[in-house]
Design a protein around this ligand. Structure first.
Ligand SMILES: CSC[C@H]1O[C@H](OP(=O)(O)O)[C@H](O)[C@@H]1O
Length: 348
């Protein structure tokens, strides 16, 4: 199987569409196991998203689009004359799978808007639309990769956080797409933060880079400040799950602290995300819902006992204010020093 990040059939692809259903790579098991499960219903895809078998804002949106396709196939078979109401219930289940990544709701809105024009069997047109959403995301990632690489040209080191590669998108990646493009242009010192507690960096990002034979250095999240103080990196490059209209960006927990540290050390800070991640209806970061996941993803086993007095607090995103962001890179262009006015340049 190809590991070419340009190829959606690379080992790092988060899922593949098959006639049986959406074949999902279970990212909870990486890097130790490359294991797939086929989901053949909307509820099944919602479960795959909620449990983080598939994760990453763009990948969540694309998976949800295929979830709508699966729901339409089931509902039309059940009742060819009246399938839409049941499908809309399926779409509500998909919408409830995770709250922060706006790509989920953007994809469901695009699929929902197509229902009015459908005559007869909804499966073929909805499958074509889901595949278009997937293809568009891959194309956007390559465009953003080049735009971001233009900005970091000449840098010696980059630090990234979480996983924003092929595993989190339609292929190639957002922030990790910039890293891939920058590496090809000569930026050789790539650092990846482990990204506790789910370890997207330690388990997923360095796995992807190793598949691509791109040398990288894994660091503990707590080593980021010391790395920046050493002068080894000139940019911190991250993804996003939801960008508000003023440029405030929600991303994996730990991103905000990296932005504060970057400003302290004169390191520039880049957010890379397709415009499907921009939520024009949310004025600023204060209004972004931050997902709280089960503390059991954080707490050592011994503190899960009934008599334990130890709890966990497990917000899995935080919000970086626009004033700490030097550049937001999208497929429609780059927003330098983001603000409400500056963001208008990328609004379709
Ligand atoms: C390009 S992926 C964007 C975003 O999604 C990740 O979150 P999760 O792994 O919880 O789905 C992370 O915040 C990435 O930066």
């Amino acid at each position: 199987m190809s590991t070419n990040p340009n190829d959606v059939n690379s080992a790092a692809a988060p899922f593949f569409w098959t006639e049986q259903g959406l074949r999902v790579l279970d990212q909870r098991l990486l890097p130790g196991q490359v294991a797939y499960e086929v989901f053949d219903s909307a509820a099944g895809v919602a479960e795959a998203i909620a449990t983080m078998r598939v994760r990453g804002a763009p990948a969540i949106g694309i998976a949800a689009a295929f979830g709508v396709v699966l729901g339409a196939r089931v509902r039309y078979r059940e009742n060819p004359a009246d399938w839409r109401a049941a499908l809309e219930q399926d779409m509500k289940i998909l919408a409830a799978s995770r709250p922060t990544a706006v790509n989920l709701f953007w994809a469901l809105e695009r699929m929902g808007a197509a229902l009015d024009d459908i005559q007869g069997d909804p499966y073929p047109p909805l499958l074509a639309l889901a595949q278009q959403i997937h293809d568009d995301d891959l194309a956007a990632n390559h465009r953003m990769g080049e735009l971001g690489a233009d900005l970091v040209q000449g840098s010696s080191g980059l630090l990234t956080h979480c996983n924003t590669g092929s595993l989190a998108t339609g292929g190639y990646g957002t922030a990790l797409g910039v890293v891939r493009s920058a590496y090809r242009r000569g930026v050789k010192n790539i650092y990846a933060g482990e990204t506790r507690p789910w370890l997207q960096g330690a388990r997923l990002t360095v796995w992807e880079l190793n598949q691509d034979r791109i040398p990288a250095t894994l660091i503990a999240d707590s080593a980021a400040a010391w790395l920046m103080k050493s002068g080894a990196v000139q940019w911190v490059i991250v993804g996003a799950d939801r960008i508000a209209a003023n440029g405030d960006a929600a991303n994996k927990i730990g991103t905000y602290s990296l932005a504060v540290l970057a400003r302290q050390h004169g390191v520039r800070f880049m957010v890379v995300a397709p415009t499907s991640t921009v939520d024009w209806n949310t004025a600023n970061g204060e209004a972004i819902e931050i997902e709280q996941r089960d503390p059991r993803e954080l707490l050592p086993e011994c503190y899960l006992a009934q008599d334990s007095v130890i709890k966990g607090w497990n917000p899995v995103f935080d919000v970086t204010p626009a004033h700490l962001i030097d550049a937001i890179v999208t497929e429609r262009g780059v927003v330098l020093n983001p603000s409400v006015d500056a963001m208008r340049a990328i609004r379709g």
